[in-house]
Design a binder for this molecule. Structure first.
Ligand code: ZN
Length: 88
């Protein structure tokens, strides 16, 4: 799995389509890629916090914001330490 794949999965995760916790590839990538691990960690915390307030469906504006934050954080982190996705 490349960083791009992980980011795409994360977008689905934000939308509630998948649960990365059950995906081995996902966990495997996180184990070897610190920037992605950091991004995923903060996203998970945000979603957990949100769901903690007995709201189970994340509203669209919030999701869109999360998508944006996700991309920005990810880009930022990748810039500091490119991993296996750097090849053309
Ligand atoms: Zn990565």
């Amino acid at each position: 799995m490349k960083c791009e794949d992980l980011l795409r999965m994360l977008n689905d995760y934000v939308d509630g389509d998948i649960d990365p916790a059950v995906c081995e590839d996902f966990e495997e990538h996180l184990a070897g890629c610190n920037p992605c691990a950091l991004v995923v960690d903060s996203i998970r915390k945000t979603i957990t916090l949100y769901k903690g307030e007995e709201v189970y469906e994340i509203p669209l504006p919030f999701r869109e914001r999360l998508h944006r934050v996700l991309r920005e954080r990810w880009k930022e982190l990748q810039a500091h330490r490119p991993c296996n996705s750097a090849s053309p």
